[in-house]
Design a protein around this ligand. Structure first.
Ligand SMILES: Nc1ncnc2c1ncn2[C@@H]1O[C@H](COP(=O)(O)OP(=O)(O)O)[C@@H](O)[C@H]1O
Ligand SMILES: [Mg+2]
Length: 250
C-alpha cells in the first residue's frame, strides 16, 4: 500500500493540493482523474520526489523523506512531457538509460511490441510525437520495477500502440506490480482501472471502483458519471487551459 496523508502544495497563491489523503493498493491499476490543473501531475511528482510538498507525508514500505532517492530505483515513470537531448539516436537513448540504471532490462521485447526497430537509428529530433511516446513508454517499462507511474500515457499513440500499452499494463499488473496513471481517455479507465481517484479543487472528490462511481451517479457510462461530477461542481474537464510550465524539478 502506498499511503499519502494530508498533502498540501501551493505555488505562490495557487493552492493546488489542500489536504489530500490517498491509499494506492499494490498489485492493482489506479487511475487518477480530474480536470486540467487539478493537481494530478503534482501528486505524481510528489510521489517521485520531484516536487516538495508544503505539508504531508508519503509512505511506501516506510516513510519517504524528500531527497530520498533510493526508492526511485523501483519505479518506472512516464512523464507528461519527457525531454532528452534531441541529437541522441533512439538506440543511444536506450543504452544510456540502461547504463545509468544498471538493472536487468527487457528492451528487445518492448522494441518488437511497439514496432520500433525501424526508428532505432533515428535522432529524437526527427521522430513524430507518437513515436516519441512509444520510446518513452519503452523507457518506462524496460526495467522490472514494482511501481509504474504514467502521466497521460496515451498521448499521440496510434490504435495498435494503444492496444500494446494496455497489454503491457495488464501484464505488469498480473505479475503483482502497481500501476498508477492519469488520463482523460475514459475508455482506458473503463478497460483497465481497478480503482479511480478523482481530484477536484485540491481534494479527493471520489476514491473507489468504477462500479462504485457508476452506482453513486446512477450512470452506466463513465464519461457521464464524470461529467455529472464536473457539472455539479462547476468545473469543466479538458477546459483547454494551457499548462505553461516545463517538466522540471521544482
Ligand atoms: N512548477 C510549477 N510552478 C508553478 N505552478 C505550477 C507548477 N507546476 C504546476 N503548477 C500549477 O499547479 C496547478 C496543478 O498543475 P498540475 O498538477 O500539472 O495539474 P494537472 O496535471 O491535473 O493538469 C496548475 O494550476 C499549474 O499551473
Ligand atoms: Mg498533468
Amino acid at each position: 500500500m502506498i499511503r499519502i496523508e494530508d498533502l498540501y502544495k501551493s505555488y505562490g497563491k495557487n493552492h493546488v493540493l489542500k489536504g489530500v489523503d490517498l491509499e494506492i493498493p499494490e498489485g492493482q491499476i489506479t487511475a487518477v482523474l480530474g480536470p486540467n490543473g487539478s493537481g494530478k501531475t503534482t501528486i505524481l511528482k510528489i510521489l517521485l520526489g520531484l516536487v516538495k510538498p508544503n505539508r504531508g507525508s508519503v509512505d511506501w514500505n516506510g516513510k519517504i523523506e524528500f531527497g530520498d532517492f533510493k526508492y526511485r530505483e523501483k519505479i518506472g515513470y512516464l512523464p507528461q512531457i519527457a525531454r532528452f537531448p534531441e541529437n541522441l539516436r533512439v538506440r543511444e537513448l536506450f543504452s544510456m538509460i540502461a547504463n545509468i540504471r544498471q538493472q536487468p532490462c527487457d528492451l528487445q521485447g518492448l522494441i518488437n511490441d511497439f514496432k520500433l526497430t525501424p526508428f532505432l537509428e533515428d535522432r529524437l529530433a526527427h521522430l513524430s510525437g507518437g513515436t516519441r511516446q512509444k520510446v518513452n513508454t519503452i523507457l518506462t517499462f524496460m526495467f522490472d520495477n514494482d511501481l509504474f507511474i504514467m502521466d497521460e500515457p496515451t498521448v499521440g499513440l496510434d490504435p495498435v500502440a494503444m492496444i500494446k500499452l494496455k497489454d503491457v499494463i495488464r501484464d505488469r499488473c498480473s505479475r503483482g506490480k502497481t500501476v498508477l496513471f492519469t488520463t482523460h481517455i475514459m475508455s482506458l479507465v473503463d478497460e483497465l482501472a481497478d480503482q479511480i481517484i478523482f481530484l477536484l479543487d485540491g481534494k479527493i472528490h471520489f476514491q473507489g471502483t468504477l462500479s462504485e462511481l457508476r452506482a453513486l451517479h446512477g450512470e452506466n457510462r463513465i464519461e457521464h458519471a464524470i461529467a455529472q461530477i464536473l457539472e455539479t461542481n462547476g468545473a469543466e474537464i479538458n477546459s483547454g487551459k494551457p499548462e505553461p510550465y516545463m517538466e522540471k524539478c521544482s
